[in-house]
Unconditional design. Structure first.
Length: 129
């Protein structure tokens, strides 16, 4: 899980309410380092943007594992037009299971809108104009 809001404080409060206390286990944590590193490129820039923003928006990402489905992602990000995303990485594409706007939410304004553009699909791959 990666998040930018006060979810950590909420989790700690729930742990304390259940008479649980956090334990430090660096050996166990080091086992997850290679796994977590693969998610960093797609998550870290968004988290950095939130940390540097004067108007941060909460961000929540969880990499989950299902018995039937294998690994899959859950994402909540108010900066996206569709704030909720549920899907799974495949070898050559991302399989979106659900992507939707939270009812009653106001979508973020578009950064820009192209007034005119053209696409040329006849160039060989890698050749720029």
């Amino acid at each position: 899980m990666r998040f930018t809001d006060d979810a950590a404080d909420d989790l700690l409060h729930q742990f304390h309410s259940a008479s649980l206390s956090p334990q430090l286990d660096t050996a166990f944590a080091s086992l997850s380092n290679p796994f977590v590193a693969q998610f960093n490129p797609s998550q870290s820039l968004r988290i950095l943007e939130d940390r540097l923003s004067q108007n941060p928006k909460p961000y929540f990402y969880a990499a989950l594992e299902g018995v039937e489905t294998g690994s899959f992602d859950f994402l909540f990000d108010p900066q996206r037009r569709e704030q909720v995303l549920l899907g799974q990485r495949r070898k050559s594409y991302y399989d979106v299971w659900a992507s939707y706007t939270v009812p009653g939410s106001v979508p973020p304004p578009a950064d820009f809108r192209a007034l005119d553009y053209a696409m040329d699909n006849n160039r060989p791959a890698g050749q720029l104009s």
